[in-house]
Write a protein that binds this ligand. Structure first.
Ligand SMILES: NC(=O)c1ccc[n+]([C@@H]2O[C@H](COP(=O)([O-])OP(=O)(O)OC[C@H]3O[C@@H](n4cnc5c(N)ncnc54)[C@H](OP(=O)(O)O)[C@@H]3O)[C@@H](O)[C@H]2O)c1
Length: 323
């Protein structure tokens, strides 16, 4: 089969289309003939430094954390899926390829009204938001949620999910084009962080949950605008992972500071996220309250251009690779 390999750490040019053996599904896995694969910021981070992939980083690796496609083969113990099923799935790597083997319990049906191709934009965002905002952050209906980086893949999906959960939504973005888009999408309060300081504008708002991927000096500012018993959840620190914070703010308001990486979670945790997402979030797709926002699709061979676009941060929503 054909797959994009990260041939060494470096710029987008290290992504190369190469022939590689088709994977064989293990007993609890299915083999998916991939229709489309989502591109994620994490793929860019791995490409720049393959050491971030983990200790057992191979010489070359196939990036890609999510796909959609059709099941072509099932492992000996798979009971809940069959050959021919159309699915979207969260994977640990290997999505930029014609075939991928994945745990059957990490595959979900294509939501009603979403094309097989577009469904590749769903798993990574929904799994990450469900795990961090809902499971760790314990967001409740009518609470206030702020997601920084509103036009990221994560932001565009998470803000819609929170709105459909009956929450008040807040977000920040880096241009007028982006803030206009987010307002049209139905976000309640939107700030262009290049012209306004969110910690000043939202000083009295008492926000219940914040999902942050920026880190650095945002951390103390986030703590300042949280409500009593507020929850601050980290999924990255793009500005800086090293932060200064005042512990007094946490103690004075009984705040919770948490975060996670989705990729290294166990099969069992990812299965739990999949089951809870299917129960709580899939009906929101069916009722058309939420949908994936797709900015651009590239043929698989043009993965390097897809990474260049992601690194430009011009995009609004998701970038896909089409087989
Ligand atoms: N921990 C986890 O398990 C997990 C899982 C999924 C994603 N993530 C993280 O969540 C974030 C969103 O992921 P994604 O794939 O949806 O990303 P994405 O679509 O590439 O969006 C990232 C956006 O963040 C904004 N941004 C703010 N500060 C930035 C900075 N210092 N450098 C670059 N961009 C900055 C940019 O928009 P503006 O123009 O508005 O600044 C950019 O468009 C990423 O940081 C990713 O690593 C973590």
């Amino acid at each position: 089969m054909k797959a994009i390999h990260i041939t060494k750490s470096g710029g987008p040019e290290v992504l190369q289309l190469q022939e590689t053996p088709k994977p064989t599904p293990e007993k609890n896995q299915v083999l998916i003939k991939v229709k489309a694969a989502g591109v994620n910021r994490s793929d860019v981070i791995t490409r720049k430094n393959t050491a971030t992939y983990g200790k057992d980083s191979p010489q070359t690796l196939i990036p890609g954390l999510e796909v959609s496609g059709v099941i072509e083969e099932i492992g000996a113990e798979v009971k809940n899926k069959k050959v021919g099923d159309k699915v979207c799935a969260l994977i640990a790597d290997g999505g930029y390829a014609e075939y991928v083997a994945v745990e059957s319990s990490h595959c979900l049906p294509i939501p009603k009204g979403i094309s097989l191709e577009d469904a590749a934009a769903i798993p990574e965002t929904v799994f990450t938001v469900w795990f961090n905002v809902f499971m760790l952050g314990k967001l409740q209906p009518v609470e206030k949620l702020l997601i920084h980086g509103g036009t990221s893949g994560i932001g565009t999906m998470g803000l819609q999910m929170a709105k459909a959960w009956d929450c008040e939504t807040y977000t920040t973005a880096g241009s007028e084009e982006k803030t206009n888009f987010l307002k049209k999408m139905g976000v309640d309060k939107v700030i262009n962080y290049t012209t306004e300081a969110f910690e000043e504008v939202w000083k009295g708002e008492k926000i219940d949950v914040i999902l942050d991927m920026v880190g650095g000096d945002y951390t103390q500012k986030n703590l300042e605008i949280l409500n009593k018993k507020g929850r601050l959840v980290y999924i990255n620190g793009m500005k800086s992972m090293e932060v200064n914070l005042n512990l007094r703010t946490i103690m004075a308001k009984n705040l919770t500071l948490t975060g996670s990486f989705l990729k290294p979670q166990t099969v069992e945790v990812k299965t739990q996220i999949a089951q809870e997402a299917e129960k709580n979030i899939w009906p929101m797709f069916d009722s058309k309250e939420i949908h994936p926002i797709i900015y651009k699709k590239f043929p698989l061979a043009e993965a390097a251009d897809a990474h260049r676009l992601m690194e430009s941060s011009e995009h609004i929503g998701k970038i896909l690779l089409i087989m």
